[in-house]
Write a protein that binds this ligand. Structure first.
Ligand SMILES: NC(=O)c1ccc[n+]([C@@H]2O[C@H](COP(=O)([O-])OP(=O)(O)OC[C@H]3O[C@@H](n4cnc5c(N)ncnc54)[C@H](OP(=O)(O)O)[C@@H]3O)[C@@H](O)[C@H]2O)c1
Length: 279
């Protein structure tokens, strides 16, 4: 059973069946890191359910995985909506216990706190952008973790909750809302690890560096400024490259299986991502 303190469930090196039928839910599982985690769990014998708002995207991800011999289940839900998260967990619970919850849904929407506009006017970070990011990246993790914990405690399942944090959570240029949300995610991780240990539930964070994925490659209408900045930033990462989502997924699966890690955040960031560089 995931999270058992007996020490009997340490993943078996070389085995691709460490999940052995255990059930997992991964929010933000229709693409990117969440999908990589779900596919890796499925390859290890877990039964993962991927969650996202777009049912069509979930179904496409499920079919593509099935084509590769990996079985995924899907559930459409919005992690920013309390009722939607509760419905998701009651649907999951109808099929049995959930042993692992990966709170992965999140997005970064960079904004400077203030900036001088072209005519000298001072532009402010819109409150709506702050609230949107906090709602998704922090409240979403709170709602998901709360319902996962409630389901595990109700069924007396010594499960695991893994929250996806970020290497930039201590502050980073142009990211007031995202870094605040991710710092808050760390606080939830440590707090829940203390509160839930008595039920045998482990809680961990995984803090990725920059992932070489869709968000990084999204086209921008800025004359190449963002791409140039990111190229310079990459040279300041000690390993001088971005992370592959598979590498972060491997850390999540390690955390899911290791019975004696709780209340900590695994840094998977190539040695560190600078908070800001001057180009
Ligand atoms: N990419 C990076 O460089 C990087 C670095 C450090 C940390 N991270 C963290 O890693 C996690 C995944 O990032 P990613 O780049 O892989 O993301 P992504 O490719 O943009 O995927 C985001 C996923 O979240 C889902 N989602 C968005 N809003 C949702 C909501 N309200 N309710 C439920 N699902 C929702 C999306 O599906 P729908 O749109 O259909 O809902 C999608 O499946 C995030 O927490 C991010 O902060 C990423």
């Amino acid at each position: 059973m995931a999270g058992s303190s007996s020490g009997s469930d340490v993943s078996r090196p070389g085995s691709d069946e460490s999940g052995a039928g255990r059930r997992a839910v991964i929010t933000g599982g229709s693409r990117g890191l969440g999908l990589a985690v779900a596919r890796r769990l499925a390859a290890s014998g877990w039964s993962p359910t991927i969650c996202g708002r777009d049912a069509g995207a979930l179904e496409r991800a499920r079919l593509a995985a099935a084509g590769d011999g990996l079985a995924l289940n899907t559930v459409a839900a919005d992690v920013t909506c309390e009722e939607s998260v509760r419905r998701m967990f009651s649907r999951l619970d109808a099929d049995g216990p959930v042993h692992l919850c990966v709170s992965n849904a999140g997005a970064n929407k960079p904004q400077l706190l203030v900036r001088r506009g072209p005519e000298g006017a001072v532009r402010r970070h819109p409150l709506s952008d702050w609230e949107e990011t906090i709602r998704l990246c922090l409240t979403g993790v709170f709602l998901t973790g709360r319902e996962a914990a409630a389901a595990m405690v109700a069924r007396d399942v010594p499960g695991v909750i893994i929250n996806i944090s970020s290497a930039v959570r201590r502050g980073a240029y142009g990211q007031s809302a995202y870094t605040s949300a991710k710092a808050g995610v760390d606080a939830l991780t440590r707090t829940w690890a203390l509160e839930l240990a008595r039920y045998g539930i482990r809680v961990l964070g995984v803090a990725p560096g920059v992932i070489d994925g869709a968000a990084l490659r999204a086209p921008r209408d800025d004359g190449g400024r963002h791409a140039a900045y990111m190229n310079s930033l990459r040279e300041h990462i000690p390993l001088r490259r971005w992370a592959g989502d598979e590498e972060i997924a491997a850390a999540v699966c390690f955390a899911a299986d290791h019975p004696y890690i709780t209340g900590t955040v695994l840094e998977v960031d190539g040695g560190g991502v600078p908070e800001h560089i001057r180009t």
